[in-house]
Design a protein around this ligand. Structure first.
Ligand code: ZN
Ligand code: ZN
Length: 675
């Protein structure tokens, strides 16, 4: 008997016209796989049995050679122990699984639609809303299920006879495509507060960008602010207007070729960058890069890059009006700092008109906001930094049997929430910082919309333990039983759910701040955790965080406080502080006094603040203009140091670039003999 394994594979796809099961069956036959495939409504479920190598090959066939026009959004693979034995591969007739809801995320424009859009002979030539069964907006235009035109914001645009014909003919690639439209019947682009519409509006926006101006553009999930990323004056102006001196801007590249000129891109990164979901990917800038101007991501070896995913974005790069456009555009969320991304003209006029020279909008309403998703790579594998457009609300499926409906309201900063239904967890798109009351309003509204879409009525709501968080207020006003979960334990539980892990784990959660069970500020925590609870087995050594809110932006305050805490001697601490040029004598004295009298001082184990403090001690950053700036600069300096050391060991001695930092490390180690 052959050595066999059995895997359960669940594939979430766009359910376009491509039929999935026959393709799966063909791949199974080619690899000699036994088992079956069944359409479960929200996903296709496959049982694959065979030698390990054959099963792996089969899974990669599904991933790499799906049916034509199928957009695979998620693959979940699980090992099945003691499976029944299959003797052949069957296609099982669909059983409609009750209560399992599938809401598709928005899908980036497909290759075929792209070709049609730039084909002068096609009737959708240059149509800014072109889409088909396997691409286009979904979540952001949906009112409720089932997904049909009447329940989307496309209901205001009755189909013309030609579109209706395609929609009703099974042989076309727009059969049953709910947002189908054309230049005759679809929505229209226009400039807010100006007369230009359609073609003229697009040309005007392009001319503005090419001339160094800033344009707000309404896309799929909200507005972006956009300018030429190679024009230093334009980017600086945007920074000034947005009051964002340093925080990196994401850019949109015209195409992959442009990305390759400027950044290092691996094959795996290319696949994600140019896939159906088109997130922002953090890529290493090439040494010889010179298209992007310095202000895009100052002092940062990486840059966040994405490719156009909405037809209108492609038209901004390429149109038939003879205007020469740059290869890269800054594409930053259209909002004021902390507020949610603007999604309609009223919000754009109120918040963005002061930041830009014109606003290119359209009359297809956005029901749910969706910011761009952000991903990074570690050891050549992708990981999510911000899960939003293209990914939310694809559910995480866990094998632990759980019955019930729960709403987890999420954290205070960078909020997103999650709805749990039985063993499926649907994350929301990114909501924003709840310190801003506009974001609180957006949270309430998005929770309501997601509950309607997923047809759930949660029995319980989970929230943070912090007594003053707005997220907690939103949870409590729902009138449901409230379960408060410690911040870092919640991080670890999320990580466990994402990896479908139910066993006890050593959870390492290194974070800015979270309210601890002892009322102090936690941050860098090691928690022995399982599904029932946790034990705090380790943390960053507690230190006194002096200076209240200011200390989260001003790392020098943490540095002074750390030095004072470790020396325990005012005079000695003052000497070191002075040598390191952390602050004036007077400022240091104020910090010492506040520490002595415990004024504006909290016990903290924050990993973020510790990094900020070290960054200040080493003379890398005394202050941050955005969250994480000092820590990021510390990381870049460490990476640069490692590279320099590697080179040094290869060649002969080379002078270290950052002699200042080295000198400071010496001062610190001599003076403090490392406590
Ligand atoms: Zn398409
Ligand atoms: Zn039409």
């Amino acid at each position: 008997m052959r050595e066999e394994i059995t895997r359960q594979i669940r594939v979430v796809w766009n359910r376009g016209r491509g039929r999935f099961r026959p393709t799966v069956s063909r791949h199974a036959a080619a690899r000699g796989i036994h088992g079956n495939v069944c359409n479960k409504g929200p996903y296709v479920e496959i049982y694959a049995q065979g030698p390990e190598e054959a099963v792996s090959g089969f899974i990669s066939d599904i991933e790499n050679r799906p049916p034509k026009r199928a957009a695979i959004l998620k693959i979940n693979v699980e090992n099945i122990e003691n499976s029944e034995r299959y003797t052949q591969f069957d296609i099982i007739e669909s059983e409609k699984t009750k209560g399992e809801i599938f809401v598709s995320p928005d899908i980036a424009i497909c290759e075929e639609c792209k070709e049609e859009m730039f084909d002068p002979k096609n009737r959708r030539y240059l149509h800014p809303f072109i889409n088909c069964t396997c691409c286009g907006p979904r979540l952001t235009i949906l009112d409720s299920l089932p997904y049909d035109r009447e329940r989307t914001s496309m209901k205001e645009f009755p189909m013309c006879p030609d579109c209706a014909k395609e929609y009703n003919a099974p042989a076309t690639r727009r059969y049953d495509a709910q947002p189908v439209c054309c230049n005759e019947c679809g929505p229209e682009v226009y400039l807010i507060g100006r007369e230009e519409r359609g073609r003229e509006a697009i040309t005007y926006a392009r001319k503005t960008i090419a001339g160094g101006g800033i344009v707000a553009i309404k896309g799929i999930g909200g507005f972006h602010l956009c300018c030429d990323a190679s024009n230093e004056t334009a980017v600086r102006k945007l920074r000034q207007l947005k009051r964002r001196p340093m925080k990196p801007f994401a850019v949109m590249a015209k195409n992959l070729e442009a990305v390759r000129k400027e950044c290092e891109v691996s094959a795996e990164q290319t696949r994600i960058l140019d896939g159906h979901q088109k997130p922002i990917l953090l890529l290493d800038k090439k040494k010889e890069a010179k298209i992007l101007c310095p202000s895009v991501a100052p002092g940062n070896p990486k840059v966040g890059v994405m490719l156009p995913y909405a037809p209108v974005q492609l038209l901004i790069f390429r149109y038939d009006d003879g205007i020469k456009m740059p290869e890269f555009l800054v594409m930053t969320s259209g909002n004021t700092s902390g507020a949610p991304i603007c999604r309609d003209d009223r919000e754009a006029e109120a918040e963005l008109s002061g930041f830009c020279d014109c606003m290119l909008s359209h009359d297809r309403k956005i029901r749910i906001r969706a910011d761009d998703s952000v991903m990074d790579f570690y050891e050549n594998k992708p990981y999510m930094i911000r899960r939003s457009r293209g990914y939310a609300p694809l559910p995480f499926m866990v094998s632990t049997p759980y019955r019930g409906q729960v709403l987890a309201i999420g954290g205070e900063l960078k909020n997103s929430f999650c709805i749990g239904v039985d063993n499926r967890f649907y994350p929301s798109p990114y909501v924003g910082d709840l310190e801003d009351l506009r974001t609180v309003k957006a949270l309430r509204e998005t929770v309501g919309r997601m509950e309607t879409l997923l047809e759930v009525e949660p029995e319980i709501v989970c929230c943070d333990m912090h007594p003053k968080y707005n997220s907690v207020m939103v949870a409590e006003e729902l009138g449901l039983p409230v379960v408060k979960v410690q911040h870092h334990y919640a991080h670890i539980l999320s990580c466990m759910a994402e990896n479908d892990c139910a066993e006890q784990v050593i959870g390492v959660s290194f974070d800015g701040t979270g309210y601890g069970t002892d009322g102090t500020i936690w941050g860098g925590e090691i928690l022995l955790s399982d599904l029932d609870g946790f034990t705090r087995v380790g943390s960053v050594m507690p230190f006194l965080q002096v200076g209240g809110d200011a200390s989260s932006k001003e790392g020098w305050r943490i540095a002074v406080s750390l030095i004072y805490g470790m020396t325990g001697d005012r005079k000695k601490a003052a000497e070191i502080t002075e040598k390191l040029e952390l602050c004036t004598k007077q400022e240091a004295n104020v910090q010492f006094t506040m520490a002595d009298r415990k004024i504006n001082a909290v016990i903290s184990t924050s990993a973020g603040r510790l990094f900020d403090g070290v960054s200040a001690m080493l003379g890398i950053r005394r202050k941050s203009t955005f969250e994480g700036e000092a820590s990021m600069a510390l990381e870049f300096a460490a990476e640069e140091y490692r590279e320099t050391m590697l080179e040094k060991s290869k060649h002969k001695f080379r002078k270290l670039k950052n002699m200042v930092t080295i000198k400071r490390i010496q001062i610190l180690s001599i003076e403090m003999k490392i406590c």
